[in-house]
Design a protein. Sequence first.
Lengths: 389, 347
Amino acid sequence: MRGTRLATALLVLLSGVLAFSPALAQEIKVGAVQPITGRFAFAGVNINAGLEDALMIANEEGGINGKKITYIMEDGQYQLDVATAAFKRIMSRDNPLIMYGESTGLGKAMSPEIKDRYKILYSSTSFSGELADKASNPYIFVPGPTYADMIGILLKYIAKEKPDAKIAFFYSDTEFGKDPIPYGREMCKKLKLDLVAEEVAAVGAVDVTSQVLDLKRKGPDYVIFQGYVTSPVAEVMKQCKDFGMKCKFMGTFWGATKTLLDNLGPLAEGYLAVNPYMYWSDENVPMIKKIRAYTQKKYPKVTYRDNSYMQGFMTGLIFVECLRVADKAGQLNGEGLVKALQSLKDFDSGGLSAPFTIKDNKFPVARIWKANVEKKIYEPVSDWMRLDD
Amino acid sequence: MRCGDFKESYLEDEKIFQTWFVKFWLGLLLVCLLLFPLLADAYMLYIANIIGFAIIGAVGLNLLTGFTGQISLGHAAFVGVGGYATAILMTRLDLPFWVALPIAGLVTAGVGMVIGIPSLRVKGLYLVIATLAAQFILEYVFMHWESMTRGIRGINVPPPRIGGFVFDTERSFYFITLILVFLGVAFARNLVRTKWGRAFVAIRDRDLAAEIMGINLFRYKLAAFAVSSFYAGIAGGLWVAFMKIVTPEHFPFSLSIQYLAMVIVGGLGTVLGSIFGAVFMTLVPELLNVLTGATKYLFPGMDQLFIPLKEVIFGVLIVSFLIFEPHGLAEIWNRTKNFFTLWPFSY
């Protein structure tokens, strides 16, 4: 009698396990190494929230044709060795279909293995042009325009506003700062803009007098910042104003955050930035509405999400779309995801950005925004601009 | 049971493996290390490789800082020189890894000797500043000598190979690392009991006295820099071949501090200490990472608070180690060993 009961119990247990295991197989894993601590944490926390929210919203809406997404996140501290370890930990423990990385450096370090060994879809916090290279990194994409595209879009805007304008680049001596500069020089020539100055200053530099004096001597109409988030942007703008210069200041994605507006205060008057995503303040956009509603439901204390959140969210939307397409095609693996990625055409993100069409593993579209000093928000001054039209 | 080992000559006193007991356990350790890749997954092997590189680097720095008393804050830059030299030799001259690595070590030793020249005039904190300058100068060179280093884009490096076998996974690379760690540690352990090693220690303890005794400070200080940099170069070359890419970001100033922390936490002036330090400084943050990562399942929504906490815990661990045992992990190990020498009949 006792033996029978035990056998029954075992049988029930076994059938339970058997019934459960297909359910486990229905799970789709998305891994991420995020800069939750370290010097990029200000954005990392937002990006992480954006990516996670996008995936969880997709889950609430039925997942990937019924399959649930699991989001696995590890902190990479914005340090290459820590991040690489976290990447490998996730890969060997969870073996996800998709990975998200915290920095340009991690993407570059992992790119040989992503291509030859792991064969997974990969995106990251980085807008570096080198990662968006279809030929050498077929599995890696940038969820928007690269820094070079952003500079290109800014220059295109300038060329329309003021032909033959005098341009100055003001960038940091980092990978992030220097990435789009060669392309920017080329683009200036092509658009017949006069590149009069290139100034270099360290991130967080306090003394920028010599650079500002040089700017004064060369008298640019537009100064484009690249490679900074806040400091020394405010200092440069203040000193230029003190010298009575009338030039306009511009920034790329990380110079399009609300943090910078808060930091600049009244100095932000006339500041222009390029950003491929809509802002939290654009309440009429359906996807922003959805994000706001979800945030209110899930994080009642949060009252604002910066543009880095939108970047993470957009990446999440692209992941979900790729997963859906690949799953429908019955090819839920790296190859299938890359095929799905390449098939993205006029992808509708609910208005979070322009319809996304992939071009060389990036989406070279953005618009120009102007700072509104009173409301401390950015307002669009151009429509969506593509680099190729 | 051991109840003491009695030495009848200085030669016996200088022996590395003093008793069969030590030999047995070290043999067992070696067997475990050889069996490890059969059981471990890719992530564990990745960490094992990183620990291996750290051990080679830390042993090198300990020879310079722990044995010769020349504090260096430029060790990461030397690691970088080795990395870049390996990458450049392998990609420009198409040299196989096995040739490029020792040459890279020698190149780094050369650079180390140049950087070491100020050590003849400046000591202590002043030397720290001089080596700190080296760190920044070399980092600048990595970034701006674009024709050679390809600047911020970095160089892609092919993995090492023997005939048709390619060492492109953590598992296969582990054996290269293991052999080189073994060679590196064995060489260092032997070096410190030769004339050279004793000269290093004499310079550390009192350089003036050492000079009066007839030790050529110029030669031995530069030799210490050369040997230390050679180790750093090998560590860098391994790292680069393992990661298959090198960019200037791989060798930040914080890595130099980490190396210094390894030798201090492990124990200055002991080879064993460098090993302990390297293991500790690499493994503990990883463990904390895993632990704080796990807390987010226990306390959902609190991960923003817990994840940064690991830095604090790590800091507290280091401080408490230094307070309770200023001679580092190696000394704790020695005390533990001594405790068990006559256990359970110790008096």
